[in-house]
Ligand binder design. Structure first.
Ligand code: SAH
Length: 217
């Protein structure tokens, strides 16, 4: 596929995202500048700019571009923030965050995926991403507090450690529900306690860990 074709496909994807509620121009610009094909195995690269989740190995997926954009938009990033991502996966969402925030910490429980994502993101030149391997439901206490936390796997409930690691006014975006279907929740840490906003239904792979699911169903 030629570069011109890729550019046109990326442009069409951004038009679709804008039509489906992505209005933050910085988020659209980030989607336009990150080469999603680089986060995919070769045989799936032709499908990089379809609005679909795709398999990345180890039973995991790179999220659908619309979900990446809507979840990122919920964080209301201006460029100064420190953000935690739980579920590095392919590394694509981490790249989008790195375009929009000052510092990104990303945690993945599967070392194979974490290593591949780190390699891709280093090759693309990102210098503001820190990589961790472990149970992200516990957050990352030594890098806390965070202005934003994004969980890219479906949780049975909002993990308490993640809420505790938010700065006051910070936002946590997380799919919450059963393993088949979740609702996207945005939890803002206010002085009086959590304020929760709910958006539409979504379907993510399970968040597995201490404050998540014990195993896939
Ligand atoms: N953000 C990713 C989406 C990956 S899918 C991307 O842009 O490609 C969700 C990922 O969450 C999977 O890789 C899965 O292994 C990981 N995951 C599940 N439970 C986790 C946990 N407790 N801590 C860290 N990562 C977890």
């Amino acid at each position: 596929m030629s570069n011109a074709d890729r550019r046109r496909e990326r442009e069409e994807l951004c038009e679709l995202l804008a039509a489906r509620g992505v209005s933050d121009r910085r988020v659209l610009a980030a989607i336009r500048s990150v080469p999603r094909e680089r986060f995919l195995p070769p045989e799936l690269q032709p499908a990089a700019y379809d609005n679909n989740a795709l398999a990345i190995g180890e039973d995991q997926t790179i999220s659908q571009p619309l979900m990446v954009a809507l979840m990122t938009q919920q964080l209301k990033l201006t460029g100064a923030e420190t953000v935690l991502e739980v579920g590095t996966g392919s590394g694509y969402q981490a790249a989008i965050l790195a375009e929009l925030a000052a510092q990104v910490v990303t945690i993945e429980r599967l070392p194979g995926l974490a290593e591949r994502a780190e390699k891709t993101l280093r090759e693309l030149g990102y210098k503001n991403i820190e990589f961790r391997i472990g149970d992200g439901t516990l957050g990352c206490a030594e890098a806390a507090p965070f202005d934003g936390i994004i969980v890219t796997a479906g949780a049975p409930d909002v993990p308490a450690p993640l809420y505790r690691q938010l700065r006051e006014g910070g936002r946590l975006v997380i799919p919450v529900g059963d393993q088949g279907l979740q609702i996207l929740k945005t939890v803002t840490r206010e002085p009086q306690g959590p304020v929760i906003e709910e958006a539409g239904g979504c379907r993510f792979v399970p968040l597995i860990g201490d404050a998540g699911w014990t195993r896939p169903e």
